[in-house]
Design a protein around this ligand. Structure first.
Ligand code: ZN
Length: 200
C-alpha cells in the first residue's frame, strides 16, 4: 500500500462523515459571536448553507487509483494544463483557487488523463497549504506510476492574502514539485516549465 492510500485510509477511518446538523448549529453560533443577527429572514438559511458549502469543500470524492500498462511504449511527457485547483488554506480556512499543470514522463505504466485532474481535486479537499498540495500530487504520481519524471506546477490566488491581511488582490503564488528526470536534466526541466507557462 502506498503512502497516499495509507493517508486516504487514515482519513477515511479517522475522519467521521460531516455532521451537517452540528455544523449548521456551530455556523449559527459562529456568526452570532461575530455580531451577525440571524433573526432576519434573509439570513435564516445561511448557517445551513454554510455547513453544506464547507462540507463540500472539505470532503474528497472517492478516487479510483487504476493505472494501465504503457503498451504503446509512449516515452514523451504527458502534460495536462489548466487543471482547476480549489482548496482552503489551513491557516485561515479561506479558499485559494488557481490552476495546476501536471505532467509525467511514462515508464511502464500510464494513467487516464482525467485522473491527473482527479488527484489534484482529491488532495485539495482538506485544509491545505499550496506547497503540500503540489508535493502530494507529485508524490501520488511517483508512487502509482513509477514514471521517469513528474512535474507539478500550481499557480493560485489565496483569499487570505487578497481579501484581508496584505490585501494583495491578484498576487499569484507559484509552487512546483519536480521529480526524476525533470529534477536531474535541465533541458527536460526547461521544456516542462515552458509547457506549464511559468518559463519562456
Ligand atoms: Zn491563509
Amino acid at each position: 500500500m502506498t503512502t497516499l492510500e495509507l493517508v486516504a485510509e487514515h482519513v477515511a477511518s479517522e475522519r467521521p462523515a460531516a455532521d451537517l446538523d452540528r455544523a449548521e448549529f456551530a455556523a449559527a453560533e459562529f456568526l452570532r459571536t461575530l455580531g451577525i443577527r440571524l433573526d432576519q429572514p434573509h439570513l435564516a438559511a445561511t448557517p445551513g448553507r454554510m455547513a453544506r458549502a464547507w462540507a463540500e469543500l472539505l470532503t474528497p470524492r472517492p478516487f479510483d487509483l487504476t493505472t494501465f500498462p504503457n503498451d504503446e511504449g509512449y516515452d514523451e511527457m504527458v502534460v495536462v494544463r489548466d487543471v482547476p485547483v480549489r482548496s482552503v488554506c489551513e491557516h485561515h480556512l479561506l479558499p485559494f483557487t488557481g490552476r495546476a499543470c501536471v505532467g509525467y514522463l511514462p515508464d511502464e505504466r500510464i494513467v487516464g488523463l482525467s485522473k491527473l485532474a482527479r488527484v489534484v481535486e482529491y488532495v485539495a479537499c482538506r485544509p491545505q497549504t499550496q506547497e503540500r498540495l503540489t508535493k502530494q500530487v507529485a508524490d501520488w504520481l511517483q508512487e502509482h506510476l513509477h514514471p521517469r519524471a513528474v512535474g507539478v506546477v500550481v499557480t493560485a490566488e489565496h483569499s487570505c492574502m487578497s481579501l484581508r491581511g496584505a490585501r494583495a488582490t491578484g498576487a499569484a503564488t507559484v509552487t512546483s514539485a519536480l521529480l526524476g528526470q525533470l529534477r536531474d536534466d535541465p533541458r527536460s526541466r526547461q521544456e516542462f516549465l515552458s509547457l506549464s507557462g511559468i518559463a519562456g
